[in-house]
Design a protein around this ligand. Structure first.
Ligand code: SAM
Length: 192
């Protein structure tokens, strides 16, 4: 077991409803997230629930040299591994996903081109989940994308009122197998 997998597992034992998975995502899931979000075009990307940084590294590898990645992670034990990635494009914030807009403003950044999320919408308080879905919508540029990888469909219950219907893919080569939900923000605006 690598040290980041061990850090992840220990954090899961302490807070299973927050960390939501016993081990980090697989490289198969990481690659699928990168494709779903179209990160090669993005200038500002927000990651919600970066964990120990596997998804973060995969996203950075696909991003432009002049892009920015803002990783918002609630579990303090994951901040060290994230900061050790040491990529100048990455800003790590130990905080809650409900603060995206304020964090972007604080950093002098305009809206995000993509928000990629692994936070567990099914186990957090329902009010917070609804707040975060609205916050993601506010934070995204009109042609931005919201990509969420989840074990259950719960994220769609919260996101559908603001984003409309998602595209859904499955990644079975992950523990546990996950669904990947993708929303295009302007698709929802056009339908409204
Ligand atoms: C399933 S893990 C995903 C970790 C990593 N991205 C991966 O795929 O391996 C979910 C992550 O979301 C974080 N998290 C949970 N609730 C959060 C919130 N409200 N704001 C920010 N991060 C949160 C957890 O601490 C955990 O790191």
């Amino acid at each position: 077991m690598t040290s980041s997998t061990w850090t992840f597992f220990q954090a899961f034992l302490r807070s299973p409803r927050v960390v939501a998975s016993m081990i980090p995502s697989s490289p198969f899931l990481e690659r699928r997230l990168v494709r779903a979000a179209g990160l090669d075009r993005a200038r500002v990307v927000v990651e919600l629930g970066a964990g120990t940084g596997g998804t973060t590294r995969a996203m950075l590898a696909a991003m432009r040299p002049d892009a920015r990645l803002i990783a918002i992670e609630r579990t303090a034990a994951f901040v060290g591994p994230l900061e050790r990635i040491g990529d100048p494009r990455l800003t790590v914030i130990n905080g809650c996903a409900s603060t995206i807009v304020a964090q972007l403003e604080r950093l002098g950044l305009d809206r995000a081109d993509d928000v990629v999320s692994g936070i567990p919408f099914s186990t957090m308080p329902q009010d917070l989940a609804a707040d975060i879905a609205r916050e993601v919508h506010r934070a995204l540029a009109p042609d931005g994308h919201f990509v969420a990888y989840q074990f259950t469909d719960k994220v769609a219950d919260f996101a559908r009122p603001v984003f409309g219907q998602p595209r859904v893919e499955h990644e079975l080569r992950n523990v546990p197998p996950l669904k990947i939900f993708t929303w295009a923000r302007d698709a929802a605006s056009a339908a409204a």
